[in-house]
Write a protein that binds this ligand. Sequence first.
Ligand SMILES: *Cc1c(COP(=O)(O)O)cnc(C)c1O
Length: 356
Amino acid sequence: MLNIKYELVSEKKAKPDWDNLGFGKYFTDHMFIMDYDAGQGWHDARIVPYQNLSLDPACMVFHYAQEMFEGLKAYRTPDGSIQLFRPDKNIERMNNTNTRLCIPHLDPNDVLDALKAIVNVEKDWVPVKEGTSLYIRPFIIATDVQLGVHPSKSYKFIIIMSPVGAYYAEGIKPVKIFVETEYVRAVKGGTGFAKVGGNYACSLIGQEKAERLGYSQVLWLDGIEHKYIDEVGAMNVFFVIDGKVVTPALDEGNILPGVTRASCIEILKKYGYTVEERKLSLAEVVDAYKAGKLNEAFGTGTAAVVSPMGALDTETEKMVINNGEIGKVAQKLYDTLTGIQWGRLPDEFGWTVKVN
Ligand SMILES: *Cc1c(COP(=O)(O)O)cnc(C)c1O
């Protein structure tokens, strides 16, 4: 067991309006912190009141972006208990990201202990209403005070949490997607497979451009040929072509290995769908559309679970997918995943972990 020191608040914050939580706007009463120093390893695990950090402006994270993060949720089940969804997957990915950024690994058992401990302290922040959850944001920052370009020798691992509203408060609405051919999100050999803030900083300009043109997200193409499909916004992407489900393969390291993606593939296989993980070109999608064989397209991620595309536009092609409505495959995945996550369906895969 990770030895955690507790310094609890004497007075809790007023809770937000549970009907208007939005995403990442409110933060709980406490946070988890653990420090790393070379020679000492990770030490001083503690849960303390949520507070500002005081950091020297020369801390490496501010200059060279040696930072990683994760994202998962705690869900309230019908019997009032609280559970996590496949936290082992997030923890494994966390260490894969750490390897890429030269950040020291965390002991997976310590991270799970920390997640359970902080969620237990904040039980009354796990919302009850349909579709709501407590979003958990673990992250690590490099804290060496120096401007030389080297991996830092000191870090902070922090977990903050935010109650979030139902992503689809007004029902699932397919979104309009713009195919980005100028900017790229990731390249082979880069950091696309790692969950790092820097990837997001580089994607903002494409997102802004898409919004300016009236779209809600960007479809990212590969960084070398600008031909193959990578991801949609900050989600993994699936297409249903002639009844088969196709998603870009992970093997080139430019796609974030989503926990939702992996879970969707397992569910689809269990229910007898053909799933292909392979290279998928934009041209193949456009051809399928023209042949009337593009049945569905959707993104997957922890925040929205499944986000159907109603329209997919390139500079020259305007594609309306499934009449702008959610398709059968996306609906099946959404119902199955949310059913398991919120404990309304039996967890036949053994994916959920109780925290209390
Ligand atoms: C986090 C993330 C995803 C989705 O991962 P999940 O584990 O399913 O939440 C997909 N793409 C990118 C770029 C991400 O950062």
